[in-house]
Write a protein that binds this ligand. Structure first.
Ligand code: C2E
Ligand code: CA
Ligand code: CA
Length: 571
């Protein structure tokens, strides 16, 4: 069984070598042993008098072979063929009575280390030949080792690993089997390395390598790609079994690793990719496993994730949104568009609603509906709303120039009512800029009164006492309790666009809208119908006395610059 951990070959000059003497002639064998004895060096000698015996003796792991050319009805090259087929790589010195150039040439091409005619060999030349052949062989082994193994852990390196991965990739294509690739990271390795020093860090990596090697089959490949990145190639394995191996790997790290009397706890993050004949390339398999690893790390480490395109896409999207909202808060990297609120009878602009717009550096457009929940989850809603207020108030004089006396609507979230930060920021900004608070309308949704039962009403009352107006947004989507309309501190209700969609063709919806408009009017509340997209809706709203409309029919959300080219400044 081949071990996963390969030690670097070492060349010791004073090493007692184990020699396999292969000769079918008993006298010649005796003669050879005498030559060796006379060289004054100690050797371990094992013998064989034909090819079969010689093949059997390879089990004894000789360091070098002294091979006669004539071996009964076979010859030395037959034995070399056996060695090659068995993947046995050893230095061979050919010792023969047949001393001709042709054989010499053949021996050279077959990779024989030396060719010594028995007739001229003596204890000194034989000893020298053995030592040089062994030295050259060891050098070659060392070079091979460096080319294919990681010297720190003794695992395969990236090159050998990629070789094996290509090989398995070919295999699954040919045989319709499946294999799996695990991409592994040691959680928090950098910190451990910095805190404990590089020497202990290296030892830890060796410890991890040993643990991992201990749980896979000899036919699998464990490799270190560099740093704390490892990969495992599981040959001919089902998805279910591959998942079990990943779990076993996590489990095996639960026992701390002992390093110089210290017990180090470390865990792994694992990305798993099972591949079969449908996979496109070894590189793609590696990338998929790497992305799954990234996902595992995002999920909180000491875990594994299996590659799944949809999940990964969702995750990358989430990461993108997180980056974008972070930048929005830190450096104000988002825009405000303004949608006009228009008088239903005279079509003049009565106000603007500020709506946030997000685009990433590579021009991915995101809806505020994607970003606002992430801002909430990251606890960034207050600084974000302050940014919105700031941008909107900076633009306010220009908006006022377009529609004098207009209102400016700003959306706020329930979480903005957890503290008075947003309220104080707004009042302070209005004061500093000399803007009349009654020109500002904050849009809140019904869930504010459910989520912030204690603070919402007093805070809104305090804002209204300063003159700030309040609108109940999206009316018709939540509980839409009519009792809200009578007792909440609000000035305006905004009828949700879903509510309006069925108007005027659905009689029930039309009656409902007309009733709410009527009721609101009686309660002295302003009503704005949102999402007005067509003339039929507009005419219906005009007929039932809804004063204000907002929607694509009268104006989409636009940048200030777009508004300025569209609406001629008043006066
Ligand atoms: P909302 O406050 O109900 O804003 C109206 C939404 O309807 C806007 O979507 C607007 O672009 C869209 N809309 C306007 N007219 C029409 C129409 O005729 N047809 C259709 N189909 N849609 C129309 P948007 O800009 O995607 O914003 C979505 C929501 O995100 C907003 O809904 C609001 O709740 C939230 N939001 C946007 N900006 C902010 C912000 O700065 N702060 C907070 N807290 N929330 C914001
Ligand atoms: Ca709104
Ligand atoms: Ca709305």
């Amino acid at each position: 069984m081949e071990s996963q951990l390969q030690r670097a070959p070492v060349n010791q000059n004073d090493q007692t070598l184990k020699l396999l003497l292969v000769d079918d002639d008993a006298e010649d064998l005796y003669f050879l042993k005498r030559l060796l004895a006379k060289s004054g060096r100690k050797h371990n000698v094992i013998e064989a008098s034909n090819v079969d015996q010689a093949v059997a003796q390879l089990q004894q792991l000789p360091d070098i072979v002294l091979l006669d050319y004539h071996l009964g009805d076979q010859n030395g090259f037959d034995f070399l063929g056996h060695m090659q087929r068995a993947g046995c790589n050893l230095p061979v010195i050919m010792l023969t009575g047949v001393d001709n150039d042709e054989l010499d040439q053949l021996a050279l091409t077959k990779g024989v280390a030396d060719f010594l005619p028995k007739r001229v060999v003596n204890p000194v030349t034989l000893d020298r030949s053995i030592r040089y052949a062994h030295r050259d062989f060891m050098r070659l082994q060392q070079l091979e080792y460096l080319a294919h193994f990681d010297t720190l852990t003794g695992l395969c390196n990236r090159r050998l690993f990629m070789d094996r991965l290509s090989h398995s990739f070919e295999g699954v294509k040919r045989h319709g089997t499946s294999c799996a690739l695990l991409y592994i990271d040691v959680d928090g390795f950098k910190q451990i390395n910095d805190e404990l020093g590089h020497a202990l860090g290296d030892e830890l990596l060796r410890g991890v390598a040993e643990r991992m090697s201990g749980i896979v089959r000899s036919s699998d490949t464990v490799a270190r790609l560099g740093g704390d990145e490892f990969v495992i190639l599981l040959e001919n394995i089902s998805a279910a079994e591959a998942h079990r191996v990943a779990q076993k790997l996590l489990h095996t790290m639960e026992t701390p690793i002992e390093l110089q009397q210290q017990r180090i706890h470390c865990s792994l993050s694992i990305g798993l990719c099972v591949f079969n004949e449908e996979s496109r390339s070894p590189d793609e398999i590696l990338t998929s496993a790497d992305r799954a690893l990234y996902q595992a790390k995002t999920l909180g480490k000491h875990t594994y994730c299996s590659y799944n395109r949809n999940l990964i896409d969702a995750l990358s999207r989430r990461v993108l949104i997180e980056q974008m909202v972070q930048q929005a808060v830190e450096s104000g990297e988002f825009e405000l568009h303004y949608q006009p609120r228009v008088c239903s009878r005279h079509q003049n602009v009565l106000g603007f609603e500020a709506l946030s717009r997000w685009s990433s550096r590579d021009d991915v457009q995101l809806s505020p509906l994607d970003c606002i929940p992430v801002l909430e989850a990251m606890g960034l809603m207050d600084p974000f709303t302050c940014r919105v207020i700031n941008k909107a108030l900076v633009d306010f004089p220009a908006l006022d120039a377009l529609a004098p006396g207009c209102h400016l609507s700003i959306n706020v979230s329930p979480s903005n009512f957890a503290s008075s930060r947003v309220k104080e920021y707004l009042l302070d900004q209005l004061h500093q800029r000399g803007i009349d608070p009654s020109r500002i309308e904050l849009e809140v949704t019904e869930n504010l009164f459910i989520e912030r039962q204690d603070s919402a009403i007093p805070m809104l009352e305090a804002l209204r006492a300063e003159g700030v107006r309040v609108a109940l947004d999206d009316f018709g989507t939540g509980y839409s309790s009519l009792s809200y309309l009578s007792h909440l501190p609000i000035d305006t209700i905004k009828l949700d666009r879903n509510f309006l969609q069925a108007v005027p063709h659905s009689e029930r919806s039309s009656v409902l809208v007309a009733t709410i408009v009527d009721l609101a009017g009686k309660l002295n509340l302003n009503v704005v119908a949102e999402g007005v997209e067509n003339q039929a809706q507009m005419e219906f709203l005009q007929a039932c006395g809804c004063d204000e409309v907002q929607g694509y029919l009268t104006g989409r959300p636009m940048t200030l610059a777009q508004l300025q080219t569209l609406i001629a400044p008043a006066g």
